[in-house]
Design a protein around this ligand. Sequence first.
Ligand code: DGI
Ligand code: FE
Ligand code: FE
Length: 194
Amino acid sequence: MERNEMRKRVKKQLDKSRYEHTLGVMYTAASLAMAHGYPIEDAMTAGLLHDCAKNIPDDEKLKLCKKHHIPINSTEQERPCLLHAKLGAFLAQTEYGIKNQGILHAIQVHTTGEPDMSTLDQIIYIADYIEPMRDKAPDLEEVRKLAFTDLNLCVARILHDTLTYLHEKGGKIDPGTQRSYDYYRQFEEKTIYQ
Ligand code: DGI
Ligand code: FE
Ligand code: FE
């Protein structure tokens, strides 16, 4: 499927603000790909599809995962919204015809991150957090600068801020998010002790 066709389909599946966010992530991912020497087309496709499952109702998310044998952990059972990442990767493959495993993986891990992510995983994880429509996170200005200079450091900062936010609001931490931070904190420490 051509990206223009994908774009029309995504627009139909999402509400207006989620679609605007999606376009923001797509173009931010393109810019990050330029800055870090990564193929722009793949970054844009992953950005376009990353939230394609976001507006599926939560009970439907759980049903679809069970039907297609997508494993659900206890955090996801409690917060089915988290499943839009795994389900998004599944739909990207089955409904949008994506075969590129790197793109599918970037969609799959875009919410929690993962230890030692690929460049594309990092680009999508970061673009999702810094796209122009985002305005709530602390230190966005600094995080946006880091995004174009050091991917590992930027991911470390976003994970740190996300965990702080989740602790403050008493949100359950997904083991995937914790594992990601346990890995990426090494980059944070490097800047503190150097
Ligand atoms: O889908 P988006 O809103 O564009 O962004 P996203 O896929 O990164 O999802 C963002 C939400 O996911 C945000 O409110 C923080 C939440 N999140 C990330 N890691 C965890 C988490 N929520 C819980 N409960 N536990 C986590 O470990
Ligand atoms: Fe998302
Ligand atoms: Fe998103």
